[in-house]
Design a protein around this ligand. Structure first.
Ligand code: PBG
Length: 327
């Protein structure tokens, strides 16, 4: 390569047209999955720790599905906020065929069948201890939890869910869920595995959003990954692919871009990333203080995921970003 002064990289940056011409990555509404919180309360209500995010009633969630369709957002990922009185040690509501999640799936599919519905599989929104699995003497039980997760996944599939997204980090759950779905005639239902999910401080506002923050006893370090590890993420992804995952996810997002890049390079399969609640809240809080330009920070953070190799981003920004991208 020629050296300065023959080579001047600023030459190509002079004009808007030349910058656009050489742009390597683009962002479109197709890149976004709208992460949406549904509530069993009578009215939709704002989430205090996530300005701009509203817990939606089932009826409002159906309207959001219509909005997603018109914005060109391909899919919605649903997270339930349930009344504390319905929570118990086993997360009984997780596989209630008439429960909040099942109702939301049906309402959204009725309103906008063209929009994909993705459901989290994990017990934490439904347990009174706030953990993703069953507990005995303080230990999260793996195999007994996996049985519950299979039942939860089947309930979601029967309600019309398109993509099952296990976020619990139990070992062997992808294979077990695949077998359960296939055994019940749901060969067409996809699995998006939260393959490399870290025990992160950035989930704080989410636990407030779904109402599991007060409940959570202890931490999730015995099942979610250590933020210090990289090779282990590749093993997690490899196992989930072997067990039948159609797509994999890395979570959180910005603090784990190195993992996104490595996973995409190593496996070359549909790779998603979750820009989690804390990442959203940080941008919103700084913007509210006038410390950063919130809109630009939002778009820049979303572009970072594309640059790292992600095929799509689960984000609370989805509708706002899609509106801007649609002009
Ligand atoms: C639960 C789950 C979590 C998130 C998605 N599914 C939280 C957790 O593992 O404690 C986090 C989402 C976010 O922070 O936006 N299994």
């Amino acid at each position: 390569m020629a050296q300065f002064p023959t080579t001047r990289l600023r030459r190509m940056r002079q004009h808007d047209w030349s910058r656009r011409m050489m742009r390597e990555n683009t962002l479109t509404p197709d890149d976004m999955v709208w992460t949406l919180v549904v509530t069993d309360k009578a009215h939709s209500e704002p989430v205090a720790s996530m300005p701009g995010v509203t817990r939606l009633t089932v009826a409002d969630a159906a309207k959001a599905a219509v909005e997603a369709r018109s914005l060109g957002i391909p899919a919605i990922a649903v997270f339930p906020h349930m009344d504390a009185s319905l929570k118990d040690a086993h997360g009984s509501q997780a596989d209630n065929p008439d429960g909040l999640v099942a109702q939301a799936i049906k309402a959204m599919k009725d309103a906008a069948p063209e929009v994909g519905i993705i459901c989290d599989v994990a017990l934490d929104p439904f347990t009174d201890h706030g953990h993703d699995g069953l507990i005995e003497n303080g230990v999260i039980l793996n195999d007994a939890t996996v049985e519950r997760l299979c039942s939860q996944a089947l309930t979601q599939a029967r309600a019309g869910c398109d993509v099952i997204a296990p976020s619990d980090m139990m070992d062997g759950r992808v294979g077990a869920i695949r077998a359960a779905l296939d055994g019940d005639g749901f060969q067409h239902v996809m699995i998006l595995s939260y393959a490399a999910k870290y025990a992160s401080a950035f989930y704080g506002p989410y636990r407030d959003a779904i109402g599991s923050a007060v409940a959570l006893k202890g931490d999730k370090k015995t099942y979610q990954m250590d933020p210090a590890n990289t090779d282990e993420a590749l093993r997690e992804v490899e196992l989930d692919i072997a067990e039948g995952a159609d797509m994999v996810m890395v979570k959180p997002g910005l603090p784990y871009l190195d993992i996104v890049a490595r996973v995409k390079t190593a496996f070359a399969l549909p790779t998603f990333v979750f820009q989690v609640s804390g990442e959203y809240a940080m941008i919103e809080a700084a913007a509210a203080n006038g410390w950063i330009d919130g809109e630009r920070a939002m778009l820049e953070s979303l572009m970072a995921f594309k640059r790292a190799g992600a095929d799509g981003v689960l984000t609370y920004f989805a509708p706002r970003a899609a509106k801007i991208l649609n002009g």
